[in-house]
Each structure stands twice: as structure tokens, then as C-alpha cells.
Design a protein around this ligand. Structure first.
Ligand SMILES: Nc1ncnc2c1ncn2[C@@H]1O[C@H](COP(=O)(O)OP(=O)(O)OP(=O)(O)O)[C@@H](O)[C@H]1O
Length: 577
């Protein structure tokens, strides 16, 4: 509870601010105002209902049948009013919830994808576990809990202010004999309600304190378990080859055991907490009657007065215990859970901001030049820990050149490619890229999105960005003729196609996209040498003016490249024609 201070509220504001200042602010503001208006109406109806209770129960005590039937007639009116208010309050709150969540999700998805943040976050520092969970689950919980709790709190304040006055007026004074004298306590039911609520809150806080940490861990363990199964699904073939089921099962069990242990902890503490909460709640049904009973039996109060006072007492008590009740609630929106959600979201936002700031600082400066030359000046390529892979590289690649990058495994060839592609941020130096020209990078394992084979081949362009005949023609030249009939078939193609076929899909993509600069990072490693030859000839034929920069280990690649850059130990390099 002590951590629950300004940091939490600042966090809530940091996440919420954008929406409440966005173009949707008027719409959202009006919705919120209507919901608050309904809440005021609800409390007003409660006040009227509270007064009705007094008269209604008095008709019972006085055996006044006519009055009883007359006041009974008000009950359906109250019921309809409460129903309409409740239903529309919930409906409008859910409408605001979905609007707010949609805006936030769009905002965070954009931020996550912007400037390749999703990729850089993983290599800069891996401090955000399961970013997908932040965007799907945490944002949903944040919006739901913030709205439910903020509106609930506001209602509790209005309820408290209204019913404390009613309770004060109803309760009269309690006369306590002290020695010879009588001490009078005005509005004694108000003091009893306050002491009763504070005692309940204090006990709940003591018993429930340890639930906060467990609640925080719950989401993370669930997400880790889900993610471990997604990894198996994505790598099912690899696991099947290695007969890794036992190892995977152990991993799943470890993840699931954490969920169970955590849940057992929650159960044990929840059990203790339930003793306090349920006992306190049950006592609330009886307690006000017990306290008022002496006045009833001494004739100072009628049955109606007792019922109205008890009802007002319950309202004041409920308002006073709102925060503590909602702090530990495991079934509804809980403040403890919201606190955990805000912490996770703030970590995610800070991590995204840190990554984007680092990209903006750009120690490797990438600029565009009007020359048809890609030039690299004083380029140091480093690992995240600062270790140099490449020292002071100077390179000029002219349009149409064919350059092969070679070197031992792990020396830094792919990292140099990533640096040229602008997605590797560690190092210093300048890279000048010809402007208005298309650069395309084909990695060793091409990315195949979900969807039809056409979507896969044309990625990232739209499915209608090339005519069917052209796609079929290039597929056939790329030795994918057997798949042309499956263009409209939606499958998980990365699981179905062989790595060699996937590499030929990537070549089909490249030929269709016609880039002026083509970077091939071991893009033919899974092909046999004759097929590799076909692919390189195809590039020469179809993209005769394109510059080709390849990374590869095979000696057969030498014949397709006039220039050769060898990367050697300790960041040394050698360029040869
Ligand atoms: N995100 C990262 N964090 C830390 N080290 C990394 C990261 N990415 C790559 N490395 C390291 O950088 C070094 C160079 O990797 P790179 O993939 O560029 O080698 P390569 O020359 O292409 O190797 P290969 O020929 O085997 O594909 C390797 O030692 C690798 O472990």
C-alpha cells in the first residue's frame, strides 16, 4: 500500500494522457460526462429509495394496509429506474472502454512497429518480457480497471457525502452515562460507521498485503507458459527431428508449476482474506440494527427509521471501504492488479522510448545521396557490449557492381548487412545510400507471413500488386512451377515449404519487386549448386542494372561477383577486385 503513491498516479496519467488529449477527446469527454450524470442520478434515486424505506416499513409496523399497498406501488418505479440507470451506465462505460482501448492499442502498435522498435528492443536490452501481452492483455486490463475504479471511486465519494448527512440526521444523539453526568454523542451512527469501516479496512490491509506481489507475478507466469507453447508450435519440425518432446514437456511443466505455485499462494492468502472480508460483510447486515436497536426498543425510533438508518449506514460503510475492498479484489477490477498493469506498461513505454531515443541519436549516420553510389566511411560495427566486429571500413559500391562479402563463421558478415540495411544500431561511422532507389535484403531464412501463397510471394506489397501471369511466370523460372496452382491457398507456408523453396520464394519476390540494390545474405545456402546458378543467372538477366551484394561461404559464388570484401579477425578487412 505504501508504494501506492504519486508514482502510480503519474503512471496512470502517462498512459492515459494521449487519449484524453487526442482528436477523440470530445466524444470521450461527453460519454464520461453522461456516465457521471447517470451515477449522480443513481445516488439521487438511492436517497429517494432510502426515504421510501422509512415510510414503507412504518406502514408495516403500524399494520396500515392501505399505506402499505400505496407505498408498495413505488417499488416497481424504483426497480425500473435502477435497472435503466445500471444497464445504460454499463453500456456507455463499455462503449467508452472499447473506444479508449482501440485508440491505445493503435497508438502502442504504431509505436512498437515504428523505426523497427520491435526488433531493436530485443537486441538493445531484453527488459520487456512478452511485449505482445502488454499490448493485448495489459491495455485491456488498464482501460477496464481504470474506468471501473475511477468511476467507482467517484461514486463512493458522492455516496459518502450524501449519506453521511442523512445518517447524521437520522441517528440522533447517544447519551452515555459517565459517572453522575450524561455525555451526549451527536450523530453517533456516523462515528460508528466510520470506526466500523476503518477497522474492516485495517484488518483487510494487514491480511491482504502479501497478495499484491503474487498478483503481479500471475500475468507474467501465464504469458510465459503461453509463449513456451507458441515456440513449440512455430518450431514443431525442429523439435520433432530432435525428439525434443521430453525436454519441451519439462519446460512446459516448469512454466506451469510456477503458475500453480503462485496460484496456491494466492489461494492461501485469499482464504485468510476471505475470513476477514466475508465476516465483515456479513456483519454489516446485522451491525446497524444492533446499534440502533436500543433506540427502537426505547421508542425513540420506529421500524421505518431503523430500516432507513441501517440502509444509510450500509451506504456510508460501503463508500468508506471502497478503496480497500477494491485493492485486493480477485474477481473484479482490483487496484493491486491495476498497479501491476501500470508498472508493466510503464516499463514497456520506457523501453520503447529508450530504444527510439537510441535510434534517433544514431551513432551510425545513414544519409541519402543523389549519386548512384553506396559509400561507407569510417564505419565501425560493434556488438551491444561494445566489442568491435569491423574497424574503420571504407567502401564505395557503384550501381551495377557485384560484391561478395566473405569471412569465417561468426566474424560479422550478417551484422554488416544489417548495418547497411539500417537495422543494426551499434557502432559509428557514415553510410550514404542512393536516394529514391529500392533496396531489398534477402536473409538466409526468408520471412513468410501467414496467408495465401500470393500474399507470401508479394510480401510486403499488397496481394494485388502484381498480375497473376507475371507471378506464375517468375515462379516457374524460379523452379516453383509446381506451386503456381496453389497461389490462392492459405497455409502456414513456412512450415510446408522446404528451406530451398522458401529461398526461391524470396528470389521470386526480388524479381517481382525489381530493386536497384539487392543484398543476399546466404540467400542460396539451402540450394544445390545448379539451382544456385539458375538463381544468380536469373538476377543477372532480369535485374541487369541492379547492384548485388552477397554474403556466402561457397566458392561457387565467386564467379558471379567482381569485387570481394573479406572480413578478418579483430575487425580487419580487405577489399579486392
Ligand atoms: N543481438 C546480438 N547480441 C550479441 N551478439 C550478437 C548479436 N547478434 C549477433 N551477435 C554476435 O555477433 C557475431 C557476428 O554474427 P554474424 O551473424 O554477423 O556472423 P556471420 O559472419 O554472419 O556468421 P555466419 O557465417 O555463421 O552466418 C557473432 O559472434 C554473434 O554471436
Amino acid at each position: 500500500m505504501q508504494k501506492y503513491g504519486s508514482k502510480f498516479f503519474k503512471g496512470v496519467w502517462k498512459i492515459s494522457r494521449g487519449y484524453w488529449q487526442s482528436e477523440e477527446k470530445w466524444y470521450a469527454g461527453i460519454l464520461l460526462a453522461v456516465i457521471i450524470g447517470l451515477q449522480l442520478l443513481d445516488v439521487y434515486a438511492m436517497v429517494k429509495y432510502n426515504a421510501w424505506q422509512n415510510t414503507f416499513y412504518n406502514t408495516i409496523q403500524n399494520l396500515d394496509k392501505t399505506g402499505f399497498l400505496q407505498y408498495l406501488g413505488y417499488w416497481p418505479i424504483f426497480t425500473v429506474v435502477f435497472l435503466v440507470i445500471e444497464i445504460y451506465k454499463l453500456y456507455l462505460q463499455q462503449l467508452l472502454e472499447i473506444k479508449w482501448r482501440s485508440w491505445l492499442t493503435d497508438h502502442y502498435l504504431t509505436g512498437w512497429l515504428k523505426k523497427r522498435t520491435y526488433y531493436l528492443m530485443q537486441i538493445v536490452d531484453n527488459s520487456t518480457d512478452n511485449p505482445d501481452q502488454r499490448i493485448s492483455e495489459d491495455l485491456r486490463l488498464f482501460v477496464y480497471s481504470t474506468l471501473t475504479l475511477a468511476l467507482g471511486f467517484l461514486r463512493a465519494v458522492i455516496q459518502f457525502c450524501t449519506f453521511i448527512v442523512i445518517l447524521w440526521n437520522l441517528s440522533g444523539s447517544l447519551e452515555i452515562p459517565v459517572g453522575e453526568q450524561q455525555v451526549s454523542i451527536p450523530g453517533y451512527m456516523v462515528w460508528v460507521a466510520i470506526i466500523y469501516a476503518l477497522t474492516g479496512s485495517f484488518l483487510t490491509a494487514i491480511v491482504g498485503k502479501s497478495l499484491v506481489g503474487l498478483d503481479y507475478a500471475k500475468q507474467r507466469y501465464e504469458a510465459d507458459f503461453r509463449f513456451s507453447m507458441i515456440r513449440l508450435r512455430e518450431n514443431s519440425e525442429g523439435v520433432a527431428f530432435y525428439h525434443g518432446e521430453q525436454r519441451e514437456q519439462t519446460n512446459f511443466n516448469q512454466c506451469f508449476t510456477k503458475i500453480i505455485d503462485n496460484f496456491r499462494g494466492i489461494m492461501a492468502r485469499q482464504k485468510k482474506l476471505s475470513w476477514v472480508v466475508i465476516l465483515h460483510w456479513r456483519l454489516t447486515f446485522l451491525f446497524p440494527y444492533l446499534v440502533c436497536a436500543p433506540r427502537l426498543f426505547s421508542g425513540q425510533m420506529q421500524l421505518g427509521g431503523l430500516m432507513q438508518t441501517a440502509s444509510a449506514f450500509t451506504q456510508v460503510e460501503a463508500a468508506l471501504t471502497f478503496v480497500i475492498r477494491n485493492y485486493f479484489s480477485l474477481t473484479e477490477a482490483s487496484l493491486a492488479e491495476l498497479q501491476a498493469v501500470v508498472n508493466r506498461l510503464i516499463n514497456f513505454i520506457d523501453h520503447m522510448n529508450r530504444t527510439q531515443e537510441m535510434v534517433e541519436k544514431k551513432s551510425i549516420e545513414i544519409s541519402h545521396t543523389s549519386d548512384a553510389v553506396l559509400s561507407v566511411n569510417g564505419l565501425n560495427v560493434a556488438l551491444p557490449n561494445g566489442e568491435l566486429l569491423l574497424k574503420n571500413l571504407e567502401l564505395k559500391i557503384h550501381a551495377g557492381d557485384k560484391l561478395l562479402i566473405t569471412g569465417a563463421s561468426g566474424i560479422g558478415k550478417s551484422t554488416l548487412m544489417k548495418t547497411l540495411a539500417g537495422i543494426w544500431p551499434f557502432g559509428q561511422g557514415n553510410i550514404h545510400i542512393p536516394e529514391n532507389q529500392k533496396l531489398l535484403f534477402l536473409p538466409q531464412k526468408p520471412y513468410l507471413p501467414l496467408g495465401t501463397l500470393r500474399d507470401v510471394i508479394l510480401y510486403p506489397s499488397a496481394a494485388d500488386s502484381a498480375p497473376d501471369e507475371k507471378i506464375r511466370e517468375i515462379m516457374t523460372i524460379c523452379k516453383l512451377g509446381h506451386l503456381t496452382e496453389k497461389l490462392d491457398q492459405a497455409e502456414n507456408w513456412s512450415q510446408i515449404l522446404s528451406l530451398g523453396e522458401q529461398q526461391r520464394v524470396a528470389f521470386t519476390r526480388a524479381i517481382l519487386q525489381r530493386p536497384e540494390w539487392l543484398f543476399l545474405d546466404e540467400a542460396t545456402s539451402a540450394l544445390d549448386e545448379p539451382t544456385e546458378k539458375v538463381m544468380y543467372h536469373l538476377v543477372q538477366e532480369q535485374l541487369p542494372k541492379s547492384t548485388v551484394i552477397s554474403v556466402g561461404h561457397r566458392s561457387t559464388l565467386t564467379e558471379y561477383h567482381k569485387l570481394k570484401l573479406s572480413i578478418e579477425k579483430a575487425g580487419a578487412w580487405k577489399l579486392a577486385a
